[in-house]
Design a protein around this ligand. Structure first.
Ligand code: DAK
Length: 258
């Protein structure tokens, strides 16, 4: 791996995009390496993933413009397909994914954060979809996921103008859950990941499925989906131990993912 670092901690992991020369921009190799790392996550052990960028200036400054500039219609389509597949894989990971946005999150970088379940940001984070200033449309989900998170009006304003917003505006728009100083961002991300990872993994994963699948359908169908995932938690070791511990007024044993 030249551009992606992967570090495991106690039941959570950190994926760092590390290409300082280009502010962590996504070229084909970076996308390939992210894909490889995501495929290799040991989901029996890892219960939450943090995605961040190396350094304190940039999360990801977008897809690599130097590489894109020379694409033909055919290679452009290949590049788009590759990126979309990787981003969809991240969005569909069974475990929660936290984007720790530590600077520029532009274009494909903003879209990468949108694939994640939760976004937190440093004070110097900047979000934007500047594709229209380059003569293209967002291609890694920006026209779809941004509106689902911050609403159609604000999303269209960002998409049509290419305007960049700062961390506090992103917080007001509920694009990010919290804003921290640069030094506090990763400790906060790790604390959040550790809290999630300490909970019953099957219950957390089923909750993610229920929220994500429920958002795609009408409320009655969504509640049926919820009932399915609720039922699916029963007879797991973690459900039995969690409830038994409560009734016995004791702390539950560590959850096992069984
Ligand atoms: N790609 C390649 N290199 C980049 C880059 C990028 N996105 N962003 C920055 N760099 C490089 C710069 O070229 C510069 O390299 P050198 O010139 O030193 O060799 C180095 O990183 C440092 O950047 P700056 O010198 O520009 O640093 P500043 O602090 O002055 O400015 C900046 C930082 C982030 C404001 C600026 O670099 C900037 O505006 N960067 C471009 C941001 C941007 O427009 N991002 C969106 C890219 S478009 C699709 C799928 C996906 C996409 C499209 C289609 N399909 C499915 C078809 C996605 C598109 C995008 O993401």
């Amino acid at each position: 791996m030249d551009f992606v670092k992967y570090e495991t901690k106690e039941h959570y992991a950190i994926l760092t995009i590390d290409r300082p020369k280009a502010l962590n921009a996504l070229n084909s190799q970076v996308l390939e390496e992210i894909d490889t790392v995501i495929d290799a996550i040991d989901l029996m052990d890892i219960r939450c993933l943090i995605i961040t960028g190396a350094g304190n200036k940039s999360f990801v400054a977008g897809a690599d413009i130097a590489e894109m500039a020379n694409l033909t219609q055919r290679t452009g389509e290949q590049f788009g397909r590759k990126g979309s597949a990787v981003f969809r894989k991240i969005a569909r990971l069974p475990i929660p994914v936290i984007a720790a946005v530590n600077g520029y999150a532009l274009g494909g970088g903003c879209e990468l954060s949108l694939c994640c379940d939760i976004r937190i940001a440093s004070e110097n984070a900047r979000f934007g979809q500047p594709e229209v200033t380059l003569g293209i449309t967002p291609g890694f989900g920006g026209t779809q996921r941004l509106a689902r998170i911050i609403g159609t009006g604000k999303a269209k304003e960002m998409l049509y103008t290419g305007r960049t917003i700062d961390a506090h505006e992103a917080h007001r728009l509920l694009l990010v859950n919290n804003v921290y100083s640069s030094d506090e961002l990763m400790p906060a991300a790790e604390k959040l990941a550790a809290t999630i990872a300490a909970n019953a993994p099957i219950a957390v994963q089923n909750t993610k499925c229920a929220v994500n699948e429920g958002k795609q359908v009408d409320i009655d169908s969504a509640l049926t989906i919820e009932a399915h995932y609720f039922g699916n938690c029963f007879e797991t070791q973690d459900q039995m131990e969690g409830m038994k511990a409560f009734l016995e007024h004791r702390q539950h044993e560590d959850f096992t993912n069984n």
